[in-house]
Design a protein around this ligand. Structure first.
Ligand SMILES: [Zn+2]
Length: 362
């Protein structure tokens, strides 16, 4: 990390300020795609959740609002699988496609406005206690950029296998305009999600620089073994790429089994001091052919309760942004927030002991 470089603290520094304002950690929302499906949306389509940008924007707004009500500090837009190439292959014009990308950000901003307004004058007596403890909590919109594998819709975000013809330049070309459009829509953060390999992280890093994107970004990788990104590139190599990029504010892992997360946090914190973001799935496996999630061979699936039992451990290991990915829900996010508050209260208690004479600790 180029210390002394003002921009380094620009991106990571701004995010750190939000983390501080939230009391030490930020709650990221849960799944968008699978939550839309849980509400009855049919996403058996190559555009997946992006399909709802066209057909059911009100549903997307509802999911954002549900996560805000559940205590999320960060809501992630429905642009994960929204690409100009994907929309245009469906016959939409370039203008229409760009408008849909912008709308993904606008829908989230609208949900935030409704949420904040409701809190200032709305009837939230029943939520009073909870509202008070989170009164000044930051509420941020992260524009989702799914990996190239998400566009391919063949599950390759979980294998990192893009084939030989895909180069850093072709990845840059693929993501460039989409990134520009999303950035121009004015989100607070850009979430590069389910990155399966080092090459794509390098491409993003160069794009952020070349396009002078000043919105703090996070790079979030997928892993199947707890030590490497999905492609087999060591997670430390991937995190080091993110660390070297001054526009990157946080580094982490998403859509990965909960049981693998602890080791990954420990590995990532070896190579970067940037904030760490984790938002695992429930531990099930995605089958691209049928577009379904199935129980992983040998188990490993985590119920909401199991998932939440990990939260404090991840916090201790160094994660300061936590949420959920596929198959998690507002209930998971509510439980994550509660577990994080408990973990931080426990740490505060231990700190208090320092003020007592040693004998009092015994
Ligand atoms: Zn996911």
């Amino acid at each position: 990390m180029g210390r002394g470089d003002a921009m380094v603290d620009g991106a990571a520094g701004e995010l750190r300020r939000w983390v501080r304002e939230a009391g030490g950690c930020l709650v990221v929302d849960g799944a968008m795609g699978t939550e839309l499906e849980a509400h009855g949306a049919d996403l058996q389509d190559e555009l997946w959740s992006a399909r709802c940008l066209v057909s059911a924007p009100h549903l997307i707004r509802k999911v954002h609002l549900d996560y805000l009500e559940a205590g999320a500090n960060i809501i992630t837009t429905a642009s994960y699988q929204a690409t100009l190439q994907g929309f245009q292959s469906r016959g939409l014009s370039r203008e229409q496609s760009e408008a849909l990308l912008r709308q993904s950000v606008e829908i989230a901003q609208e949900a935030r406005a409704i949420f904040l307004e409701g809190r200032s004058k709305g009837p939230y007596a029943a939520r009073e206690n909870e509202a008070r403890s989170t009164e000044r909590r930051p509420v941020l919109v992260a524009a989702s950029v799914g990996s190239y594998g998400a566009y391919l819709a063949d599950g390759s975000e979980y294998t990192g296998d893009y084939g030989r013809s895909v180069t850093k330049e072709s990845l840059k070309k693929f993501h460039r305009r989409r990134l520009q459009v999303l950035a121009e829509a004015g989100p607070d953060l850009i979430a590069f999600e389910t990155i399966p390999n080092k090459l794509e992280a390098q491409a993003y890093c160069e794009l952020l620089e070349e396009n002078d994107i000043r919105i703090p970004a996070w790079f979030s990788f997928t892993s199947k073994d707890g030590a490497n990104a999905a492609s087999g590139d060591p997670i430390t190599d991937c995190a080091a790429v993110a660390d070297s990029c001054r526009r990157v504010a946080a580094v982490g892992v998403n859509c990965t089994a909960p049981r693998l997360i602890h080791g990954l946090i420990l590995a990532i914190t070896k190579v970067t001091s940037k904030p760490v973001v984790v938002y695992p799935n429930t531990g099930e496996t995605y089958v691209a052919e049928t577009k379904e999630w199935v129980e992983s061979a040998g188990g490993g699936g985590a119920s909401a309760t199991d998932f939440v039992s990990f939260v404090g451990k991840w916090r201790q290991a160094g994660a300061s942004l936590e949420g959920g990915c596929c198959r998690t829900s507002p209930a998971t996010v509510r439980a994550i927030g509660r577990a994080l508050r408990e973990a931080d209260a426990a740490v505060a208690d231990i700190d208090d002991y320092d003020d007592f004479p040693a004998v009092a600790v015994l």
